[in-house]
Design a binder for this molecule. Structure first.
Ligand code: TXA
Ligand code: MG
Length: 364
């Protein structure tokens, strides 16, 4: 986050946002990952409004955002008191993860307290919670003094917004929305989600900037992949994570990935001429030199070969390229390695859902 991001909004504007939330309204706000569309987590009508605005199916659960305690880096922080209105049975592992990574881009799924609204959990007995690190989100949550549910502030299935302008364009003409401007999001892809609700396993539900290796290095907790857990657990896993739909995070322009050095192969899927193609190339590579294709005009756009820098700009690039009237977008396949898992996951879903028709969304 930029140092003066809170300065982008005066305290009068933040107070107005707090009042809007208390009145059952929606407020979009920045987090370090992506912008969220917030509503009071204890107000069913406000949550209903949120689902309608997003066009999100009502069985898709949302994340509750909480303010970190004032001095969260002090040795004795009472996260347990903060979580007790939301969570049943806070395990030792959970506290270790919280102390190591909150506030930050990590969402944890717990068995829920009975007071948590079904509208938040999609009727499940679990609740997802995170304490975002962005100073403006923290200020808003602290002043609101309650939980705020906030899915990414995009229409269902579309690219998540990483700036205030992205949020405005997402809901243009549909919704008169209050948007807090905290600058560009630093992480750029949604939080890592770890399910702790089974009590004995920590399971990765959505990869993000915080990886299982980092978690193991800092806490000694081993995070399993969803496939590694027992059948009974994964059977219940139907669309618990909306990002688990094959089509998600999708631009309107068709998007495909190409293996190293094989840009032309990706075109074979598009036998009709694709006259204007934007090709993303690693900033560490020299130009690809696409000769030998008579009917295609390629333009190169460089993308960072560092995974964090790539993630930070991924949605920005997809949104910007989507505005430019290309016939096709080609991105390089991310390399192997856990630090690329978050980016690879988002790019693959974006490819699947991309293109002018939304048939892929409808089939999911
Ligand atoms: O970085 C983020 O997490 C952003 C920012 C705004 O905080 N939020 C975000 O929210 O990505 P959303 O709604 O776009 O994605 C939340 C994901 C969904 O895929 C949802 O299914 C999953 O969290 N989720 C929420 N509650 C859950 C639960 N009880 N069990 C499993 N997954 C859950
Ligand atoms: Mg989302």
């Amino acid at each position: 986050m930029s140092i003066n991001s809170t300065a982008l909004q005066t305290s009068a504007v933040i107070n107005e946002a707090v009042q809007t939330l208390r009145d059952g309204g929606l407020v979009a706000f920045p987090t370090e990952t992506v912008y969220g569309l917030g509503a009071d987590a204890r107000n069913p009508e406000a949550i209903q409004k949120l689902f309608t605005a997003k066009g999100r199916p009502s069985n898709h659960p949302v994340i509750v955002h909480l303010a970190a305690p004032e001095k969260y880096d002090a040795p004795q922080v009472d996260w347990a008191a903060l979580l007790s209105p939301w969570v049943r049975d806070l395990s030792e592992d959970a506290l270790q993860l919280i102390n190591a990574f909150w506030p930050g881009p990590l969402t944890l799924v717990f068995k829920k307290d009975k007071s948590v609204l079904d509208e938040i959990t999609g009727g499940q007995d679990t609740v997802a919670i995170r304490a975002p690190a962005h100073p403006l989100a923290q200020t808003l949550l602290r002043k609101f003094k309650g939980g705020v549910v906030a899915p990414s502030a995009n229409r269902f299935g579309k690219v998540s917004p990483t700036s205030a302008a992205d949020v405005r364009s997402e809901f243009e003409g549909m919704l008169d929305l209050m948007v807090l401007d905290g600058g560009d999001c630093e992480v750029g892809i949604e939080s890592t989600i770890i399910d702790l609700s089974s009590g004995d396993h920590a399971v990765l539900l959505r990869p993000g900037a915080i990886t299982p290796s980092q978690i193991f290095a800092k806490t000694g907790i081993k995070v399993s992949q969803p496939g590694e857990v027992t059948a009974t657990h994964s059977e219940k896993n139907i669309p618990r994570v909306s990002g688990s739909l094959k089509a998600h995070y999708a631009p309107t322009t068709p998007l495909r990935l190409y293996p190293p050095g094989r840009v032309l192969d990706a075109l074979s899927e598009f036998p009709d001429i694709k006259s204007r193609v934007a090709v993303a190339v690693w900033d560490s590579d020299s130009s690809l030199g696409h000769d030998g294709h008579p009917s295609v005009y390629f333009e190169e756009v460089t993308v960072p070969s560092d995974s964090a820098a790539f993630a930070s700009r991924l949605y920005r690039s997809l949104r910007d390229l989507d505005q430019l009237g290309w016939d096709l977008l080609l991105f390089p396949e991310p390399p192997a390695g856990e630090e690329w898992d978050g980016v690879r996951d988002r790019l693959q879903r974006a490819c699947f859902g991309s293109g002018p028709s939304s048939s892929n969304h409808a089939s999911n």
